[in-house]
Design a protein around this ligand. Sequence first.
Ligand code: CA
Length: 238
Amino acid sequence: MKSRPRILVVEDEPAIAELIAVNLQHGGFEAVVAQDSVTAQRALDVALPDAILLDWMLPGQSGLSLARQWRKHDRTKGIPILMLTARGDEPDKVAGLDAGADDYITKPFSTQEMLARIRAVLRRRSPESSSDAVAVGELVLDADTHRICYKNQDLRLGPTEFKLLHYLMKHVERVHSRSSLLDKVWGDHVFIEERTVDVHIKRLREALGDAGAMVETVRGSGYRLTVQAATPEAQSGR
Ligand code: CA
């Protein structure tokens, strides 16, 4: 049996660290907790984890500075780092990206979102892995558990909308024609009118609620899923 992926959790608040560790264990991971940068470095020296959950605010050396340090070293630079940040800290996110973080989890977060985002970074690092989770902005889809969440809220989608969204999320920012979506999502052995795609795109947008604007219509070409969705105001030209 394949061993469980090991996650190093660097978090100074014992209650949060404990909660994360328990949820990781229930989610099929092994958790190693470090409450400060010195302990975290020691844990890394002993054994490399499969991914690191790194709190931004730590006593002593900050999470940001740790991420930078680990990215610089050959031994640690390939380990996916997910930063834990406070809600709405946009400048933090930019700085963290520069420091080499792979993803962000904004506190407070749901267990399902955390697990899905970890699976997503592990999958990006090893595409052959069986886990099938993908994250685009705050939209997270986990094909293993058939869950979708946006900003920590679970969303309900029909089976076709789920497949359609999964495909769009795996090929984010690309424009797909209706016929290519029919081929890739419905399968080319099925004869369906291209208008069917429009119907399911409409249902998908409705089911996505606030995230529906991420599914863009590209006039004359087809559809695209984008992280930087235009606001409804901008779309209506106001
Ligand atoms: Ca903290």
